[in-house]
Design a protein around this ligand. Structure first.
Ligand code: ZN
Ligand code: ZN
Length: 356
C-alpha cells in the first residue's frame, strides 16, 4: 500500500502530548526543512496486479474531506447562488456581477482560513512545514511589492476570480440555452453518479495535460513562470497564475459542455479546480486540527513540483508521472532518478553542438 494514501487522519501516540511531534513522522535538516519519512505515493488506481486492500484503504481519503466539501459547495451554489435558468439565458451584468462577488468572497474566506491559521497566526509553527522559511520573512524582487502574499493575492483576484467566473458564466449560459447536453437526475441517475465520482479524475487528466503544455519552454517563460515564482508555496500561491494559465486551468469545466452532464456537476468540476488548488499549496505535510490530531494535506507531490520544477506534473491520482518517468517521491532514490533524467536531457541537448 502507498502509505501516503493510507488515510487522512493522523493521531499522536498519546493525547497527553501538548503538541504533535512531527519528527515522529519525518526529519528536519539544519535549515529547518521538513521531509516526511513516507515517500509521496500515487493512488492505487491503474495498478497491475490490482491491490484491492490498498484501494479500500485509500478510498476514504478520495472523498474526505476535500472532494465531499467541494461537492457540497457546488450543491450550495446550485441551490442559493446560481440564478434561475430563464435569467441565465441572456448575459446580463446583474447575475454575472453577483456571481463574481460571491466567488470572490468564497475564495477569500477559504484561502484566508489556511493563510490565517498556518501563516499569520503560525498556529503550528513550522511543524510539518516542508520549507523551513515563511515567505513573509523573505521579501523578493520576483514579486509585486516584493511580497509573495500580496503578489499572489492580487493575481488571484485581478485575473483568477474574474476568469473563473467568466468560464462559469459561459458554461451556465450554454446549459440554459440548450447548447450543452443537460441530463435530468431522475432519468440518468446512474450515469450522473458515475460522473460525480470521476470529476477528480477528469481534473487530474486535464491538469496534467495543460500543466505539461505550459512547461514547454516558450509557454513556461511567458506564462507558467508566474506561478513558479513561488518556489516556497503558501495558500495564496494556488491561484497565482498568468491569465492564460487561469483560462487553461479553469477550462476543465468545458468538458461538461461535451459530456452529457448537469450544471451542478459542472460547478463541482470548477470547485475542484478553484477551491481544490489550496491543499496542494499549503506548504505543510499535515495540518493540525486539534492538539493530537492532524489531517494529511496531500501537498507533498505538488510541493516537490514547486521545488524541482520538472517533476510531478500531476497530483498523483492517476500515475501519469510514473508512466512517463517524471515522478519524484521526495526520497533519495527519487532524487537520483531525477538527476539521471536531467543529465540525460543535458547530454541530448548538447549532442548536436558536439558533433558540429
Ligand atoms: Zn502550484
Ligand atoms: Zn509547473
Amino acid at each position: 500500500m502507498d502509505p501516503a494514501f493510507a488515510g487522512f487522519l493522523i493521531r499522536a501516540d498519546t493525547t497527553r502530548e501538548r503538541i504533535m511531534d512531527d519528527l515522529k513522522f519525518g526529519t528536519r535538516d539544519k535549515r529547518g526543512n521538513y521531509t516526511p519519512n513516507t515517500p509521496a505515493g500515487t493512488a492505487p488506481l491503474f495498478v497491475w496486479p490490482p491491490r484491492p486492500r490498498a484501494f479500500l484503504a485509500w478510498l476514504p481519503g478520495y472523498f474526505f474531506p476535500y472532494n465531499v466539501l467541494f461537492f457540497l459547495s457546488a450543491l450550495a451554489w446550485w441551490a442559493w447562488v446560481i440564478p434561475p435558468v430563464e435569467v441565465m439565458q441572456s448575459l446580463a451584468w446583474g447575475w454575472v456581477l453577483r456571481l463574481l462577488a460571491v466567488n470572490a468572497v468564497a475564495v477569500f474566506l477559504w484561502y484566508f482560513a489556511f493563510e490565517l491559521h498556518l501563516y499569520i497566526r503560525r498556529a503550528q509553527g513550522n511543524r510539518f512545514k516542508y520549507n523551513g522559511k515563511f515567505p513573509a520573512d523573505h521579501p523578493s524582487d520576483v514579486f509585486w511589492f516584493r511580497r509573495q502574499n500580496l503578489d499572489n493575492m492580487l493575481r488571484s483576484f485581478l485575473s483568477g476570480v474574474p476568469i473563473w467566473t467568466g468560464v462559469q458564466v459561459l458554461v451556465l449560459w450554454a446549459f440554459a440555452n440548450g447548447y450543452a447536453p443537460w441530463l435530468s437526475w431522475s432519468d440518468n441517475s446512474l450515469w450522473l453518479a458515475v460522473l460525480c465520482l470521476i470529476v477528480p479524475v477528469i481534473h487530474e487528466i486535464h491538469f496534467f495535460c495543460i500543466h505539461r503544455l505550459i512547461h514547454t519552454p516558450f509557454l513556461y517563460k511567458w506564462v507558467h513562470s508566474v506561478h513558479h515564482n513561488s518556489n516556497n508555496p503558501s495558500p495564496w500561491s494556488s491561484l497565482s497564475m498568468h491569465p492564460v494559465e487561469h483560462l487553461l486551468y479553469f477550462s476543465t469545466m468545458f468538458y461538461h459542455l461535451v459530456l452529457p452532464s448537469h450544471p451542478m456537476i459542472a460547478l463541482y468540476q470548477l470547485h475542484v479546480a478553484g477551491f481544490g488548488a489550496v491543499p496542494g499549496h499549503v506548504g505543510f505535510d499535515k495540518v493540525e486540527i486539534t492538539e493530537d490530531m492532524a489531517i494529511d494535506s496531500h501537498a507533498y507531490i505538488h510541493y516537490l513540483h514547486h521545488k524541482y520544477f520538472e517533476v510531478n506534473y500531476g497530483d498523483g491520482l492517476i500515475p501519469i508521472d510514473r508512466w512517463l518517468g517524471t515522478f519524484h517521491d521526495g526520497s533519495k532514490d527519487g532524487d537520483a532518478r531525477m538527476k539521471a533524467r536531467f543529465e540525460a536531457k543535458k547530454a541530448r541537448l548538447n549532442a548536436p553542438k558536439a558533433s558540429s
